[in-house]
Ligand binder design. Structure first.
Ligand code: SF4
Length: 401
């Protein structure tokens, strides 16, 4: 990566942990994760959804474990997915114990609703024996109750309450010599979540899982998440991210990847540059852009493709693109790094651009690359933690540096 495409800030040093074979923190690339919305008790549906989410770019997937039926399905799920799984536990610590027994690769505990230190210790002891990391997952909507205020005393800010809730649980974990900790401090309000994460980042070296909680519908929620997560990542804070949308969880993953791409932190698949169109345009550009994006995203290789609306300004405006089309009336120019390489008639715009794309992929990644999916900054793989699955296919076959 050249200086021109360097990240904005150096990454904060964090202590590495391992969720199955995926490293989070340390020098690992920022890990992309999401959460299933199937009934976890339905093992087949959950396995199928995890596979779909992994295909869409999830490197770790979290499952809700709200009750005993869900926990009892975990032995049928764990080990049958291509990415490691994290059990999301609220209220009942016994569900965490069942998940650990089932071989789950990570746990999320909410310090806002498991407040009995003895129960937390019981979980920590079991996690320690299996070397399973725990996310101390604070959510602004489920904070411990506020203590009564003395007369004249001002209430503590929400971000401080979030940090204090996390530190309470971290204290219990540390007392037991447990350091495989990851922390999240999610709020809907972006300034609140940024303040909480910044405060925590200055206090501890554990890796941070970033997210804006209940961010909303795909349009507004993606913007809110990109601003919250992106602000912190731009400051070098954050080791793994999840975008939470009121949508199919697969829709969250392109947003995660676009956040990472926008900050030059990681790349997955092609980057598409498209002009916004203006009064100079003489072709129907937008359907063409969508076709180009679908094709190159499926190809999965990290190249930059431009689709521009006029020959006069297109090649110059998209000079950094690996390849591009500047579409004029009746004919257009195919260019590479701003230099026109050929002129093609309008009915060949799409095929000519796809041909040029195949050429550049072959030149850069080799012939075999045309049928592979590629990720730059692949999550670091390590020796699996105990109780790995014999059924899990290797992730190396899906991703490459
Ligand atoms: Fe307008 Fe041409 Fe620029 Fe597109 S490339 S925005 S059509 S000037």
């Amino acid at each position: 990566m050249t200086d021109d495409f360097a990240p904005l800030s150096p990454r904060r040093d964090s202590r590495p942990i391992h969720i199955g074979d995926v490293q989070v923190g340390g020098n690992a690339p920022i890990v992309v994760q999401t959460m299933t919305n199937t009934d976890t008790a339905d093992a087949a549906a959950t396995i199928e959804q995890v596979a779909r989410l992994a295909d869409a770019g999830a490197e770790v997937v979290r499952l809700a474990v709200p009750d005993r039926q869900a926990a009892q399905a975990l032995p049928d799920i764990v080990g049958r997915t291509s990415v490691p799984l994290v059990a999301d536990i609220h209220f009942d610590h016994r569900l965490a114990l069942v998940a650990i027994q089932a071989g789950i690769e990570g746990l999320r505990l909410n310090p806002g609703n498991i407040r009995d230190a003895a129960k937390v210790r019981e979980v920590v002891q079991a996690a320690k024996e299996r070397r399973i990391p725990i996310r101390v997952g604070v959510n602004e909507g489920s904070l411990p109750p506020l203590p009564a205020l003395a007369e004249g005393e001002l209430p503590v800010s929400k971000s401080k309450r979030m940090v204090e809730a996390a530190l309470w649980e971290i204290g219990i974990l540390e007392e037991m010599g447990f350091e495989d900790i990851k922390i999240s401090l999610k709020a809907f309000d972006v300034p609140t979540m940024c303040a909480a994460y910044r405060d925590m980042a200055s206090r501890v070296s554990y890796p941070l899982h970033l997210g804006v909680t209940e961010a909303g519908t795909p349009g507004a929620g993606s913007v809110r998440s990109a601003i919250g997560i992106g602000t912190l990542l731009a400051e070098g804070i954050g080791d793994t991210i999840r975008v939470s949308l009121a949508a199919d969880p697969a829709d969250e993953l392109p947003v995660c990847w676009d956040i990472l791409k926008s900050l030059n932190l990681r790349q997955r698949g092609a980057t598409i540059i498209a002009c916004p169109t203006c009064g100079r345009i003489e072709v129907d550009l937008i359907p063409l852009v969508n076709q180009v994006e679908t094709h190159f995203q499926q190809q999965g290789h990290p190249i930059t493709v431009a689709v521009m609306g006029c020959v006069v300004n297109g090649p110059g405006e998209a000079r950094d693109a690996d390849i591009g089309l500047a579409a004029g009336k009746g004919k257009g120019a195919i260019f590479r790094k701003g230099e026109i390489v050929r002129i093609v008639p309008e009915d060949q715009f799409l095929t000519a651009l796809l041909d040029e794309g195949e050429r550049i992929i072959e030149e850069r990644f080799g012939l075999d690359a045309l049928s592979e999916t590629a990720v730059i900054g692949t999550a670091i793989k390590l020796t699996p933690t105990p109780a790995p699955s014999p059924q899990r296919p290797g992730r190396a076959s899906q991703f490459q540096k």
